[in-house]
Design a protein. Structure first.
Ligand SMILES: Cc1ncc(C[n+]2csc(CCOP(=O)(O)OP(=O)(O)O)c2C)c(N)n1
Ligand SMILES: [Mg+2]
Lengths: 340, 336
């Protein structure tokens, strides 16, 4: 799947990014991986309940794309959004506490795993309705264009969202109105147990850009630098007022669809092939091999990340449950406006 | 478990298995019946309700679709107009809103709109209900969005027997039927089902427990909590509580509702759907209108609070009706 173009763009990114930036990419991907592994553990122990979808394997997409954004840019995601939220900068403590359903969670335990939201960091939400985030991303873009602001919106969604009307409606409007929206399709080949080829008549998903008159590219979603570079190009275009782009990031989720899915519809061999292309290991190899970063540096980052996530788990576990007396709070907006 | 028992060969089945059996038997009986939805074939559905159908009937009649609820319902309507009997699945009842237009505008109006020259014999199956920590978009009870739409029928079985019998009737009915199956009941209840074909008529409620002092009118997930509560107050308070299971929410069985109200003179409606705009209001109005002279107290309603189903388990628990709350409501109304 590694395309010639990806190798070139990745090499270009490797040249343009400084060492500290590359290490930051490495740190963020490790942070997400560790977060998801610990989440799985906490789920197995009954500390986390409900529907929970992990991002392990796909870290390069969220990290690469969001690294290409400014802090003020917006991100919209799906129910598989722990990674995007963390990559945007939400403290792991706040995310883990939300998964635990605690008052200290980012949404005070009201939304849980599938509905993270951190408007201060311009993470504009995970959406549990497949395709539900796309029209909203168009609306964010509309507001940005109206106010003539310089920001862009990065909207993540799965391959499963393409057959929804909302996908087509959103691309059409974003293109017609030349809105600064970057549509990033995380093509991990499956929507639950359904293969892309059984759900979508056009398997080269980036080609859906054509009828909507916007640039469409396919990138190696296991390569953080390739995703970064493609997103940089799309944001440049969007900021110039030239409108939206569609990026298809080809990737793979290591675990089942959700914590209750044993993923029996795919082979162990297939899983192994993808794990050999692990985005974290790939970047590690590049850093050590091509940039001569000492292994000890990387190990220090891994240790630091592990400590942060362990702390997040402890924090979530020790946090109080939401008070029953607050149950009806926020059904309607209170005190004259949203509270940050 | 509750539910009528007839025939000789009894086989124990869960609520989930009962639905699965109904699908198997109806597909075998009528080749126009087919199943369509997200992951219903290969995977047997997110909850395994459609398991085994693909092997038994092949991919032409057990169809995996992309994630396209509007299309799933709308294509069902199209097929139904030409005499097919689609049973389409919304993976969670919460996603039925994505197919809302096709249900309320296209399916529900079809017969009327064409002066009776066309029909839409389609079933939309929708796993509903909370109590599984699914949070806002995997816990809803959206029946009341549909119970005010003429042209639709809406059912909500509470027992394995009814799950099977009502689904069979729904499939054989010539109108669009929305079939809400409570996902908390899937594996938590089972009963002996008679061997062979049986149906449960649409539009007929069933008295699950006879009583003199007070009537609970309920359906779906809260039937079992209501029965538990009735047993508790019988033992602890000596109260005799009748429990009426609506089974069909549109059309309502007005006769059965009025009969129980007249018998006991006190009515408590219980449902897991929210209070405001829930079907409890309609029932209260029917009782007030036509059984007023028999009433010895106000018609009370116990339902989910008027908020969203929150993720945090203690909050979710607090939002929903449960046995203790029903016991308390019975005692208050009985003392009136
Ligand atoms: C409107 C709607 N229909 C169905 C679902 C159930 N569902 C949740 S995720 C999913 C698969 C989505 O696959 P994809 O978009 O490829 O994302 P991935 O899980 O692979 O990240 C389905 C069918 C839903 N959440 N919303
Ligand atoms: Mg997918």
């Amino acid at each position: 799947m590694a395309l010639e173009r990806d190798k070139l763009t990745a090499e270009r990114a490797l040249l343009t990014l400084g060492e500290s930036e590359l290490l930051e990419l490495y740190r963020r991907m490790n942070l997400i991986r560790r977060f998801e592994d610990r989440t799985a553990e906490m789920y197995a122990r009954g500390k986390i309940t409900g529907f929970c979808h992990l991002y392990a394997g796909e870290e390069a997409v969220a990290v690469g794309a969001i690294f290409a954004l400014y802090d003020k840019d917006y991100v919209v995601s799906t129910y598989r959004e722990h990674g995007h939220c963390l990559a945007k900068g939400t403290p792991p403590r706040k995310v883990m506490a939300e998964l635990f359903g605690k008052e200290t969670g980012i949404s005070h335990g009201r939304g849980g795993s599938m509905h993270l939201f951190d408007p201060n960091l311009r993470f504009m939400g995970g959406y549990a309705i497949v395709g539900g985030g796309l029209p909203l991303a168009v609306g964010l873009g509309l507001s940005i264009a109206y106010k003539e602001e310089p920001e862009v919106v990065c909207c993540f969604f799965g391959d499963g969202a393409l057959p929804q009307g909302a996908f087509h409606e959103s691309l059409n409007m974003a293109s017609l109105w030349k809105l600064p929206v970057i549509f990033i399709c995380e093509n991990n080949f499956y929507g639950m147990g359904t293969l892309v080829q059984n759900a979508i008549c056009q398997q080269e998903l980036y080609r859906f850009a054509e009828p909507y008159k916007m640039p469409g590219v396919r990138v190696d979603g296991m390569d953080v630098l390739a995703v970064y570079q493609a997103t940089m190009e799309a944001t440049a275009r969007a900021r110039e007022g030239e409108g939206p782009s569609l990026i298809e990031a080809v990737t793979y989720r290591y675990r089942g669809h959700s914590m209750s899915d044993p993923a029996e519809y795919r082979s162990k061999r297939e899983e192994r092939i993808w794990q050999e292309r692990d985005p974290i290991k790939t970047l590690r190899r590049r850093l050590v091999g091509e940039r001569r970063v000492p292994e000890s540096r990387l190990e220090a980052i891994e240790r630091e990340v592990n400590a942060i996530i362990d702390d997040a788990v402890r924090y979530a576990d020790e946090s109080p449950e939401p008070a029953l007396s607050d149950l009806m709070k926020n059904v309607y907006v209170e005190n004259g406006g949203p509270q940050s | 478990m509750v539910g009528a028992l007839s025939g000789n060969l009894a086989m124990e089945a869960t609520y989930l298995k009962a639905i699965n059996q109904a699908l198997h038997e109806e597909m075998a009986r009528d080749e126009n019946v087919f199943v369509m939805g997200e992951d219903v074939a290969e995977l047997g559905g997110a909850f395994k309700v459609t398991e085994g159908l693909l092997t038994a009937f092949g991919e032409e009649r057990v169809i995996d679709t992309p994630i396209s609820e509007s299309l799933i319902v709308g294509a069902g309507v199209g097929a139904a107009v030409l005499g097919m009997r689609p049973v389409v699945e919304m993976q969670f009842a919460d996603f039925i809103s994505c197919g809302f237009d096709q249900i309320v505008n296209t399916a529900a109006t079809l017969s009327y709109r064409h002066g009776g020259k066309a029909s839409c014999p389609m079933v939309v199956r929708a796993p509903s209900g909370a109590g599984v920590h699914g949070a806002l978009f995997h816990s809803q009870n959206p029946e009341a969005w549909f119970t005010r739409v003429p042209g639709l029928k809406v059912v909500a079985p509470a027992t394995a027997y009814d799950a099977k019998g009502l689904l069979k009737s729904a499939i054989r009915d010539d109108n669009p039927v929305i079939y809400f199956e409570h996902k908390r009941l899937y594996r938590s209840i089972k009963e002996d089902l008679p061997d062979g074909d049986f149906t449960v008529p649409l539009g007929k409620a069933e008295v699950r427990r006879e009583g003199r002092d007070l009537s609970i009118i309920t359906y779906g997930g809260t039937l079992h909590q209501s029965l538990d509560a009735a047993r508790i107050v019988e033992k602890e308070d000596g109260l005799s509580v009748e429990v009426l299971d609506l089974r069909t929410l549109l059309p309502l069985d007005r006769e059965a509702i009025l009969a129980t109200a007249r018998r006991t003179g006190k009515v408590l409606v219980v449902h897991e759907d929210r209070l405001t705009g829930g079907i409890g209001g309609e029932i209260a109005a029917i009782v007030a209108d036509e059984a007023f002279d028999y009433l010895d107290g106000p018609v009370r309603r116990l339902a989910a609070l008027d908020t969203h189903v929150p993720f945090a388990p203690p909050l979710e628990e607090f939002v929903l009706p449960n046995t203790n709350k029903i016991v308390e409501a019975i005692r208050n109304l009985a003392a009136y």
